[in-house]
Ligand binder design. Structure first.
Ligand SMILES: *[C@@H]1O[C@H](CO)[C@@H](O)[C@H](O)[C@H]1NC(C)=O
Length: 122
């Protein structure tokens, strides 16, 4: 009886692990202005709101959010603050910006365009 219960519990655990895949945390928290779910708080698939902020005034002309190791610029703003939500897709374990479900990435960074048009990624 006890053995049966143990087997069932073990079975459920392994089945559970198989079924819900988690996305790896997508943001380098050391450099981003702010997130509403830190890497310590992050559990598995929760949406994360990330903020990129221009704290350098006149030096920076535009701010954006870039995806992946190639830093593909996904969204650009001329405001001082850019806030976007990233969403995990458990089946691919990748992330996308809420409004761009077709572009999936493992990571995101803030992008800052200097007055001369060069982009810096953090
Ligand atoms: C973080 O922000 C997103 C988007 O607004 C929201 O869906 C999510 O529930 C927030 N998470 C927390 C822990 O507040």
């Amino acid at each position: 009886m006890i053995l049966t219960i143990i087997l069932v519990v073990v079975g459920l655990c392994f089945g559970g692990v198989e079924a819900d895949k988690c996305c790896p945390y997508p943001i380098r928290t050391t450099t981003i202005s702010s997130v509403n779910v830190t890497s310590m708080e992050f559990k598995c698939v929760e949406p994360i709101a990330m903020k990129c902020q221009n704290v350098n005034g006149g030096l920076i002309k535009k701010i954006g959010i870039a995806g992946g190791s190639t830093n593909t610029i996904l969204t650009v703003s001329e405001e001082q603050l850019l806030e976007k939500t990233v969403i995990c897709t458990p089946s691919s374990t990748k992330w996308h910006l809420e409004e761009k479900p077709e572009d999936e990435y493992s990571s995101f960074s803030c992008a800052y365009m200097l007055n001369d048009g060069t982009w810096i990624f953090q």
